[in-house]
Design a protein around this ligand. Structure first.
Ligand code: HEC
Length: 139
């Protein structure tokens, strides 16, 4: 009896110790842009994107760029951070495609990632960056 109680206590302790780690692993999104980029991206977004996609990325005449609807679109298109950068660089703003400078593409994409709970890090986001094809975009 004492033995099995000890086992139960040990198992409970192990579970308690493990669960925060497991939760963190599940929620972890990679850090792909700098905080400065996301800040610069607010300006780009407000000037070049908000009229169609909404001030809070909620979608107006154009689709939402965060939240569940964005997630569905991203899944349907198998959207990665690499293809997100490409689509923005080559087809947005829809009213003037290709008009953004490369640093504006990086900044506005950083802002969209930030709004979808990706953390800021130390390396700047740029089109064609290594490994970005392997990172799926999720809300
Ligand atoms: C004149 C309106 C308009 C503006 C301005 C605009 N968009 Fe869009 N955008 C659209 C429409 C409409 C769609 C959906 C149709 C499509 O995919 O072409 C879209 C789709 C998108 C998509 C999803 C693309 C896909 O693969 O389906 C992204 C990402 C996006 N826009 C980002 C941006 C960003 C970033 C900006 C600002 C630099 C911007 N858009 C400015 C109208 C606009």
């Amino acid at each position: 009896m004492a033995h099995s109680l000890k086992l139960i206590a040990a198992a409970a302790a192990a579970l308690l110790a493990l669960s925060p780690l497991a939760l963190r692993a599940q929620a972890a999104k990679p850090a792909l842009y700098t905080a400065d980029q996301a800040t610069a991206g607010v300006t780009v977004y407000t000037q070049a994107c908000a009229a169609c996609h909404g001030a809070a990325l909620e979608g107006v005449s154009a689709p939402a760029l965060k939240g569940a609807a964005f997630g569905e679109m991203a899944t349907a298109q198998n959207l990665t951070v690499d293809s997100l950068l490409d689509v923005i660089a080559s087809s947005m703003p829809q009213s003037d495609p290709g008009s953004l400078k490369p640093e504006e593409v990086g900044a506005v994409t950083a802002y969209i990632l930030q709004q979808n709970s990706y953390p800021a890090g130390t390396a700047a986001l740029a089109r064609g960056g290594a490994g970005l094809k392997d990172v799926k975009v999720t809300p």
